[in-house]
Every structure is written in structure tokens, then in C-alpha cells.
Design a protein around this ligand. Structure first.
Ligand SMILES: [Zn+2]
Length: 187
């Protein structure tokens, strides 16, 4: 019985993932509140990232979670954790976290696998001349609280007016989320 599912793109890899597999994926992490880390409960890589075999290849749980919720991950970009700061230095537990709200895109230039607190920098580098799009809007909203000075600086980096950025932050614009957390299927 073929029904629904999702096409997922992670860098250069694109695959169709069946609905049952997506449900199984979310089942393999401890989903708590929106704000908590959703720690992967199954196998992890040598570095401590959640892993799951889908359609014959291994996927990192945080990358798959990001792609399922936010859409394709552009080739060459990393999916980074912003929740690492909540753990003691050296504690890599956060790598198992697959809560999409804790994840943001970063560039390899940011160098560390951990992308520690590089969110703002990555955003500016990657989107230096970008206009707003959903990936960017989500990244902006996932960032730690921005002060007025930071809003002005970031807006300048993004090439948009500070007030446009405030509208995004206050959900006055970009209100509709196009992708639900999981896709409902009607058989
Ligand atoms: Zn987390």
C-alpha cells in the first residue's frame, strides 16, 4: 500500500521516505516540549549523532529532522545545534538532539563540527545578499534573543530594512508555515 510519504533532500541526496518510516523516525527520539531537546534513543555515530538507516543508507537524525520540517538542506551546508550551550563544556549529548527548533544551517567555514554559537555569523555569510525565504526566516526566529543593535547589524548583513527584520521577528510577516511537522495521509 503506497501512500503519501515525503521527498527529502539532504545536500546531494534526495530520497522518498514512506509515511510509516517518518512516523518511526519521530518515534525514535524522546519528544518532550517544544523547547526541550529531543534526544535520539537509538543508534548513534562515532561522534555521537543520531543515526537511522533509511532506504539503504544511513541518515543523521538531526539533518533528517531539519529537512523534514524546513525543507531541503542546500549542498555543502551543515545542520548545527543551538542547544549545545545548555550542556556542560565537552558534553556532546546535544548531538543526539533532533528537535527542529534547536537546529539551524551553518557553513563549513564555521569550521567546528559543533558550530558553537556561530548561528548569526553563518547566517550573515551564507545569506549575505539573500532576500528573505522560509529557511532564512526560520533561522532568524530560531536565533537567541536579538537586541536592537543586533537587529540593525543583522538587517544590514541581509540587505533588508531593520523594520522588515523586526516584522519577521514579531511574526507580522511570514505568518504561514508551509510545511507541517509530519504529513497527514489519507489512505
Ligand atoms: Zn536541543
Amino acid at each position: 500500500m503506497e501512500s503519501g510519504g515525503r521527498i527529502v533532500s539532504c545536500g546531494n541526496r534526495t530520497t522518498h521516505i514512506a509515511e510509516e518510516m517518518i512516523a518511526e523516525f519521530w518515534n525514535r527520539m524522546a519528544i518532550l516540549s517544544d523547547d526541550d531537546c529531543w534526544l535520539w534513543k537509538w543508534g548513534v555515530s562515532g561522534a555521537g549523532y543520531g543515526q537511522m538507516r533509511i532506504n539503504g543508507t544511513m541518515w543523521f537524525s538531526h539533518r533528517l529532522a531539519y529537512a523534514l520540517v524546513n525543507g531541503p538542506i542546500p549542498a555543502g551546508l551543515l545542520v548545527c545545534h543551538q542547544c549545545d550551550a545548555h550542556y556542560a563544556p565537552g558534553d556532546t549529548t546535544y548531538r543526539r538532539c533532533s528537535n527542529p527548533r534547536h537546529l539551524f544551517l551553518g557553513t563549513k567555514k564555521d569550521n567546528a563540527v559543533d558550530c558553537v554559537n556561530k548561528g548569526r555569523k553563518a547566517l550573515g555569510e551564507f545569506h549575505r545578499s539573500a532576500k528573505l525565504n522560509w529557511v532564512l526566516v526560520r533561522q532568524i526566529r530560531a536565533m537567541p534573543h536579538l537586541g536592537n543593535r543586533q537587529i540593525i547589524d543583522l538587517a544590514k548583513e541581509l540587505g533588508i530594512a531593520a523594520n522588515s527584520l523586526r516584522d519577521v521577528l514579531h511574526y507580522k510577516t511570514w505568518k504561514e508555515e508551509p510545511l507541517p511537522l509530519t504529513t497527514r495521509v489519507s489512505a
